[in-house]
Design a protein around this ligand. Structure first.
Ligand code: PLP
Length: 235
């Protein structure tokens, strides 16, 4: 579907106000959590047009996230502001080369995908920054490496020097209560330590969406991925 069919009226001023509010909440959550981390707000512009990217850029946001490479490719061609593009969703192996256009790929969920990404990055002589997606909650519907497999996966990824494993990404269950959210997010934090102990430069923790980002920041998130709370609900 062309992007234009998704676009509802986007009001730059409403986006600016939302960004300000979310930033204040992130600062409060960070001081409650006590982890002292830097937090990058990744504005998730999927289903919205290039004007959504312009609106967040004007509000001081430098990072935007997309979950489909085809939609992102179209938007990248139209956007002129120099944002960093994040690929936040699942990626099929046959589309691995598309990941090279992004500053950070959040969805590394299997060794087979890692090998495909590594081959593409090696072919063009670059290094790709990735986050290992970990399925902390164990939901069958979620992608990601299971917690007990994180250590061995991290060890095997050491053999792929064209990938830089910068941390861990996770998604919480949609309807989780606070206790479960904290368990999932702190589990991701522990998984990051496992990845780091294996020898990767794993500093980052991508977790938290519109419904749960404050708890994620309290639990140490360095990247929150926010769509609805900035742009309203997707149609
Ligand atoms: C869509 C999406 C988000 C943003 O979700 P909101 O609830 O709209 O903030 C975050 N992460 C991923 C992986 C997504 O696909």
């Amino acid at each position: 579907m062309p992007i234009s069919e998704h676009v509802t009226a986007l009001r730059p001023e409403a986006v600016r106000n939302a960004v300000a509010e979310v930033r204040a909440r992130i600062i409060d959550a960070r001081s409650r959590g006590g982890h002292g981390q830097d937090v990058t707000l990744v504005a998730v512009t999927k289903t919205h047009g290039p004007e959504a990217v312009d609106a967040v850029w004007d509000a001081g946001i430098t990072d935007v996230g997309e979950n489909r490479v085809q939609e992102a490719d179209g938007k990248m061609a139209q956007v002129t502001v120099p944002v960093r593009w994040h690929l936040i969703g699942h990626l099929q192996r046959n589309k691995a080369r598309h990941a090279l256009r992004f500053a950070l790929f959040h969805g590394l969920d299997s060794e087979r995908l890692a090998v495909a990404l590594h081959d593409e990055a090696t072919r063009v002589g670059t290094t790709l920054d990735v986050l290992l997606q970990v399925n902390v909650s164990g939901e069958a519907s979620k992608s990601g490496v299971a917690v007990p497999d994180v250590a061995i996966t991290a060890e095997r990824l050491l053999a792929l020097p064209s990938l830089r494993v910068c941390g861990v990404m996770t998604m919480a269950p949609f309807d989780a209560d606070e206790a479960l959210l904290r368990a999932v997010f702190s589990g991701a934090r522990a998984a990051r330590e496992v990845v780091r102990a294996a020898g990767h430069p794993a500093e980052w923790l991508s977790m938290g969406m519109s419904g749960d980002y404050e708890i994620a920041v309290e639990e140490g998130a360095t990247h929150v991925r926010l769509g609805t709370v900035l742009f309203g609900s997707r149609t």
